[in-house]
Design a protein. Structure first.
Length: 150
């Protein structure tokens, strides 16, 4: 079932940082937004609450790490728990998207944009979240556009 039209926030969950991206489901295009650097859960969820209040998403997406062969990565259970907490705290639907190679893709994108390794590191998690969200958009079936004439 296609997701409702509106803003979508995506998260690249990590124990040290959480990358965040934003996109519009009708446009199906993702953009890096920010990186949350808080380590305590209360601080992390306060930062996420502020983003949700600002962007008013209709859905959240969490990257689910897998190995190259598609098996769950060791961090997958924590990402699933994070997604469940997002749903429980904010009452929004949460989808999970394969984040296999998202960091490598993000690194390549930043390199292509002319970022050196040092400046790229500050943006890497947000760009990885962008890759996750774009993967989610690309995997969702497109709803045919229907124009109503009056």
């Amino acid at each position: 079932m296609p997701e409702p039209a509106g803003t979508v926030l995506a998260f690249d969950y990590g124990e040290q940082r959480i990358g965040v991206a934003v996109g519009e489901s009708l446009l199906r295009t993702a953009h890096p937004l920010t990186v949350i650097h808080a380590h305590a859960n209360d601080e992390r969820f306060a930062a996420i609450a502020a983003l949700i209040a600002e962007w008013r998403p209709v859905r959240l997406v969490v990257g689910l790490p897998t190995t190259d062969d598609g098996a769950p990565h060791a961090l997958a259970a924590r990402c699933t728990r994070f997604g469940n907490r997002l749903h429980g705290r904010f009452g929004l639907p949460v989808a999970f998207a394969d984040e296999r190679l998202s960091s490598a893709d993000a690194t390549a994108r930043l390199r292509e944009a002319g970022r050196d390794a040092r400046s790229a590191k500050a943006h890497l998690d947000a760009v990885a979240a962008q890759v996750i969200l774009q993967t989610h958009f690309d995997s969702e079936p497109r709803e045919p556009h229907v124009q109503t004439l009056t």
